[in-house]
Ligand binder design. Structure first.
Ligand code: DCT
Ligand code: MG
Length: 440
């Protein structure tokens, strides 16, 4: 039952339908549905954005332009196109003329409308074609595809060193002074890491992590989040949340205080948390190609507020950014003695060895204390745009701060506890939205 969409208009007589056509709000009547434009415009967070929607041809150019600006480092422009794409994704009908969408909220100023008009008229958009074919875009896209290379490093490599491809990085490695260790692995396993991770592969990774986690602590939760939880069949990485409930206290590095005062699961440097022990086991078994454990210090309230004011998606959990060997078959077992080389040329050789029984895969492991679990699941399920809209709504409409750690009132820092995602939506006064409808 979709809010704003009344099911079954089949009882409408032709005359009623024609009358509706002239009603500014309910337009256009389509098979089985009528569309309440006012509701749609006034309640962006009540919209449903599923993977399977009515407007793939129109969403494609907007999604490309969003991706283009994100690659080129302009997040604001990227966001504007992503918002427009999400608006079209959530329409309950296929758009055929501009008059159906000109006054929809979320399509921004003239630029998006121009792109849509041209796409409707001609089936493609010249701006999109030109941008897609531009040398600079193609180069920056290749370079930011390297794990560890962000937009600003890519831009520098491109403009000051004339580096346009991954093979250029390998050829000039000695004189590029790329100190972030991740880049070496990103270059070596470039092919693998730029191959979409199927759901089947993600579940296989979840299986091998599960096996090792059970050796570290009993009865822990291990949840596959990110795009897979929203129903995607593939993604660029595997986002796994770990929670060991009351076992937390068993030597885990949990220092989170159950109030607005201190936020995060890090900060207890010195004690080995579940994540550090899990990491040791994964390394020992030979599953890890590269890992970086990030244990942020617990934040005091002032620092936390500063962070949350930016409506940032960053959180303060202890996490591990890894490249794991994802088995290609269920019966594959790693050899702990394999792949311990760390110089680029032998890594590249190993990275290009096709029949090794595994594929290098990006995995994020995040440790979540039990009382923050629903907030972490919501935050890590995305989409990024949906969470951004949700946080902005909480902040500007309700005066609340929503993060992956909790929901607080801004004035007195009072925590609104929740035992489930449903309870978080209820705190926000919103209808619960299934993850498959959060593909904004
Ligand atoms: N996220 C977060 N804090 C971060 C990074 C991500 O809260 N520092 C959230 C936003 C979405 C979710 O976690 C997963 O992030 P991605 O893997 O980047 O997004 P995705 O939707 O899973 O995309 P993909 O399918 O490409 O992996
Ligand atoms: Mg992901």
């Amino acid at each position: 039952n979709i809010p704003g969409v009344s099911a079954d208009a089949s009882h409408h007589t032709k005359q009623q339908q024609q009358q509706q056509r002239f009603h500014t709000s309910v337009f256009p009547p389509i098979d089985g549905f009528s569309f309440d434009k006012d509701f749609f415009n006034n309640n962006p967070l009540e919209r449903h954005a599923s993977l399977d929607h009515h407007n793939p041809e129109l969403v494609a150019p907007l999604s490309f332009l969003s991706e283009y600006w994100s690659t080129m480092g302009d997040e604001q422009r990227s966001l504007a196109f992503a918002t427009a794409a999400a608006t079209l994704k959530s329409l309950p009908f296929a758009v055929t003329t501009m008059s159906q969408i000109v006054d929809l909220k979320g399509l921004g100023s003239g630029h998006c409308l121009k792109v849509l008009q041209e796409t409707l008229d001609t089936g493609s958009c010249r701006e999109v074609v030109a941008k897609r074919d531009s040398d600079k875009y193609k180069s920056i896209k290749s370079l930011t595809g390297v794990y560890g290379i962000g937009n600003s490093v890519a831009e520098k490599l491109y403009t000051s060193r004339n580096i346009t491809r991954v093979s250029d990085i390998i050829a000039s490695w000695g004189c590029l002074a790329l100190h972030d260790e991740r880049i070496k692995y990103g270059v070596a396993y470039y092919g693998d890491l730029n191959t979409p991770v199927t759901r089947e592969a993600a579940e296989r990774i979840q299986g091998v992590v599960r096996r090792e986690l059970d050796q570290v602590a009993q009865g822990c939760k291990l949840e596959l989040t990110g795009g897979y939880r929203r129903g995607k069949s593939s993604g660029h990485d595997v986002d796994l949340l770990v929670c060991c409930g009351s076992n937390d206290e068993d030597g885990a590095s949990v220092s989170s205080v159950r109030s607005a005062g201190v936020v995060g699961s890090g900060g207890n440097a010195g004690t080995d948390g579940v994540l550090a022990r899990l990491l040791r086991r994964l390394r020992h078994t030979g599953l890890i190609l590269h890992a970086r454990l990030d244990r942020p210090p617990a934040l005091n309230e002032a620092a936390y507020r500063k962070q949350s004011d930016r409506v940032s998606s960053m959180d303060n959990y202890e996490k591990c950014f890894c490249i794991l060997k994802c088995p290609l078959q269920d019966d594959w077992t790693p050899d702990p003695m394999d792949d311990i080389q760390t110089d680029l040329s032998s890594l590249v050789t190993s990275g290009q060895n096709g029949d090794r029984g595994w594929r290098a895969t990006r995995v994020d492991l995040v440790y979540v204390p039990q009382h923050q679990w629903p907030y972490a699941v919501l935050g890590w399920s995305g989409s990024k745009l949906f969470l951004r809209l949700l946080r902005r709504y909480a902040s500007s409409t309700l005066g609340l701060v929503l993060t992956s750690h909790g929901l607080w009132s801004k004035d007195r820092g009072r925590l609104l506890p929740a035992n489930s995602e449903q309870e978080i939506f209820a705190h926000l006064g919103l209808t619960y939205k299934h993850p498959s409808q959060r593909n904004f």
